[in-house]
Design a protein around this ligand. Structure first.
Ligand code: COA
Ligand code: AMP
Length: 246
């Protein structure tokens, strides 16, 4: 078994998080990846690059399938999102409450959370810290260049590569039933909903100019929260191939 290293970059500007990226690579690729990371944020005044050898690596054969949904208004886009969530057993009224929270600032000070919200089918919020939430780390595509090329040929972006990897790790966990995501960048209005099979990339999921964003992980009622955190924060995965593209 080869040794793998996780390289994590995070950058801030005036104390605000502006960029975060992760790659999992073999040792010889570290210098190349590390040299690319400072180019990622448009602006920053602090950057942290962390390299860790992974004790154990797991493999996921295929990413979620990818589908794009284009509707014209934010209302219609969220309606589609709610319908998808309903197909996996998440009550519409319940999902609406938390989705609205993301659009208006889900942290206690009405800012953005630093990670994802966890919501059970009963409608309980299960994060240990409601401002921090939980962050999914330690995941990448085994052959990132090829996956990026395939996605870009179909009009997708580097952002989709990162989000698809993260979401594939999330949905691989039996207790996570679905994910909803909108970016916290004011000019990026495309979001997604993911289920066990598919990553639905949804255009116009939030209002242009809105600086609020976040993620919701919808989980089963009896989810063991410590085990879920352990999986999301520590278990490392490489995804071997890309699912179907549409
Ligand atoms: N958003 C906001 N703040 C973040 C953050 C994020 N994504 N990631 C880290 N921080 C800040 C927090 O203040 C955090 O402190 P906290 O644990 O009290 O919240 C602090 O940085 C240290 O966090 P840590 O977890 O030690 O960071 P790290 O060096 O291990 O890096 C990242 C983690 C940045 C790689 C990871 O969070 C990330 O963003 N991964 C990429 C996600 C991705 O691909 N998203 C899809 C793009 S569409
Ligand atoms: P982004 O996809 O980077 O635009 O992030 C959108 C939102 O998702 C952020 O505002 C955070 O609330 C949340 N988030 C960011 N990184 C992670 C992560 N690694 N895991 C879970 N949630 C995250």
């Amino acid at each position: 078994m080869r040794d793998y290293y996780s390289i994590k970059m995070r950058a801030t500007l005036e104390g605000k998080h502006v960029s975060g990226v992760e790659r999992i690579v073999t040792k010889e690729k570290i210098p190349e990846v590390v040299s690319q990371l400072p180019l990622r944020p448009n602006q920053f005044d602090f950057m942290n690059i962390k390299i860790e050898k992974l004790n154990q690596i797991n493999f996921i054969e295929k990413s979620l399938n990818v589908k794009t949904i284009k509707v014209e208004s934010v209302e219609m886009a969220n309606n589609v999102a709610l319908e998808i969530l309903q197909t996996v057993g998440i009550q519409r009224e319940l999902a609406e409450i938390y989705i609205k929270m993301l659009h208006t600032g889900a942290a206690t000070d009405k800012g953005n959370m630093r990670g994802a919200m966890i919501v059970s089918l009963k409608g309980e919020r299960l994060e240990k810290d409601k401002d921090r939430g939980v962050r999914t780390v330690n995941v990448d595509f085994e052959n990132r260049e090829e996956v990026t090329k395939l996605l870009k040929e179909k009009g997708y972006t580097e952002r989709t590569v990162d989000a698809l990897a993260l979401s594939t790790k999330n949905l691989y966990y039996p207790d996570i039933l679905a994910e909803y995501c909108i970016s916290d960048q004011p000019d990026y209005t495309t979001g997604y909903v993911a289920t066990k099979t598919t990553y639905y990339r949804i255009l116009n999921l939030k209002d242009y100019g809105n600086p609020k964003g976040g993620r919701i992980y919808f989980v089963k009622e009896d989810t063991d929260i410590d085990r879920l955190y352990q999986y999301l924060e520590t278990k490392a995965f490489l995804i071997k191939t890309l699912g179907d593209l549409e």
